[in-house]
Design a protein around this ligand. Sequence first.
Ligand code: AMP
Ligand code: FE
Ligand code: FE
Ligand code: ZN
Length: 273
Amino acid sequence: MTADLHIHSTASDGRLSPGEIVRQAAAAGLSHIAITDHDTVAAHLELREAASTENSAAKLTIIPGIEFSTDCPRHEIHILGYFIDIDNSRLKDQLGIILADRLQRAKKMVKKLNQLGYLIDYDKVAEFAGQAMAIGRPHVAAALVAGNYFNTATEAFAVLLANNGPAYVPHYKLPPEQVIKLIEQAGGIAVLAHPGLIGNDNLVLNIIKAGVGGLEAFHPEHDQAMTDKYIDIANKYNLKITGGSDFHGIPGRYPAKIGEFTISTVLADTLSR
Ligand code: AMP
Ligand code: FE
Ligand code: FE
Ligand code: ZN
């Protein structure tokens, strides 16, 4: 049996609804999944609402998760939270602030794009965001592609939306220490996401010292050497080892399907203990 502890839904920048993710994960025979949307637990609220009518996923364990961006100069540092209480009031308050900022930020990015000659409307971005609580750059990129300015979202990122690109606007973020505390006070365990993408192991060690309880050693953008290295580091610092596909369901972006990139069920079991 295998598991996938890093999945995005329509509540942030994924293309599949939470219910569809559960159906596909069950069909793929997974033992555990965690939906880890950027800055929102809306997928888990939605699944809870549906739980009384839906019973198809009885054998699938769904771990409540989230992925926070953190405030770190010049680096994208993402911290995952697992087993969080989705009703925790401090967590809800903080997410409210972050999501409101995301709305304003998306409007600012559209304004910048308009000034640069890319004539897209905020309404179009909102349309792509749909029911997403966490509106973000992928929705802006989709509007640019729909406006025929680019063939793919990746091109829009490369030219305009990448960190410090001409249309980039930073979002409101908490420093890593505060994100870790927020997750822990909500009963969760904090895990440093895709450490290999940070590109700086001194920074990885700093985040470990800030108090994360786990390291996401398995990620599609880690090669074997990186994976081995982060397993060693996790063992050295007594951290849980996790992993997941970072599935978004965006055409052309690996993995194409749930179940294509998985980790051992033993790791998912270990995380819960
Ligand atoms: P945001 O939260 O608005 O800053 O957007 C970050 C999200 O954009 C990430 O979680 C990815 O899903 C997506 N993303 C980041 N870089 C790229 C890229 N180069 N191409 C396509 N999508 C990207
Ligand atoms: Fe994303
Ligand atoms: Fe991430
Ligand atoms: Zn992710």
